[in-house]
Design a protein around this ligand. Structure first.
Ligand code: SAH
Length: 220
């Protein structure tokens, strides 16, 4: 788990290392300064096992146990950028808390973040990280995210971080003008899609091929 030395800033956690990651994301096309600033301010090394912390600022997915992964920073940045708008975000829902990294980024950009994880062990570890980092606007639940979080709907944005079919129940929990981003199964690959709820219905656009762990039903 996280020791106090992980907080006190050994070499790999230095600002220079994080700045390099931000530069790399900029080169890859991430333009939203608010998103880049959130990444700059979020210590990704605290979201992985200490044995992997020297790789935390590489732009790659890393294992977090139970066969799951913390998403690649570029993909986190792309999904976050896809839900940003001119006005501040109010409530955001995330499906698939995993390490909690994506939720921590969203927590700096939205008023409140609700995040669900089906694996109890991962949900508890993430909740501890939010607490230690002082991210008091993140609410977590050990729950099947396919249900969404009906008691808190409507949301300004929904971010799904596991790949599968997008359930209608989630789309129903979008407010008007709100967006959902999700990796959708497209045969042999996953397509990152953005669905916007308008007064007339739903509009959909595709943001590129991605690779996520599968969206599964039920609790573990
Ligand atoms: N957002 C995470 C990425 C984790 S990987 C991060 O930043 O680290 C995706 C996570 O989705 C896994 O932890 C997996 O257990 C979880 N998951 C898969 N299906 C789910 C479901 N139906 N409800 C909630 N979580 C789910």
């Amino acid at each position: 788990m996280m020791s106090s030395s992980a907080y006190s800033g050994i070499g790999m956690t230095s600002e220079g290392t994080r700045e390099r990651l931000v530069r790399r994301l900029r080169e890859k096309g991430i333009r939203d300064e608010r998103v880049l600033e959130a990444i700059r301010r979020t210590p990704r090394h605290l979201f992985v096992d200490e044995a992997l912390s020297s790789r935390a600022y590489e732009d790659t997915a890393l294992p977090i146990g139970r066969g799951q992964t913390i998403s690649q920073p570029y993909v986190v940045a792309m999904m976050t950028q896809a839900v940003m708008r001119d006005e501040p975000l109010g409530k955001v829902l995330e499906i698939g808390t995993g390490s909690g990294y994506q939720a921590a980024i969203l927590a700096r950009l939205a008023e409140r973040v609700f995040t669900t994880e089906r694996i109890g062990e991962l949900q508890r570890a993430a909740r501890q990280r939010f607490h230690r980092l002082g991210l008091h606007n993140v609410y977590t639940r050990h729950a099947d995210g396919l249900e969404g979080w009906p008691g808190q709907a409507p949301f300004d944005a929904i971010v799904v971080t596991a790949g599968g079919r997008i359930p209608d129940r989630l789309l129903d929990q979008l407010g008007e003008g709100a967006v959902l981003v999700a990796p959708e199964d497209a045969g042999t690959f996953q397509q990152l899609v953005r669905v916007t709820r308008t007064a007339q219905g739903f509009e959909r656009d595709e943001l590129g091929a991605v690779s996520f762990v599968p969206l599964l039903e039920g609790l573990d």
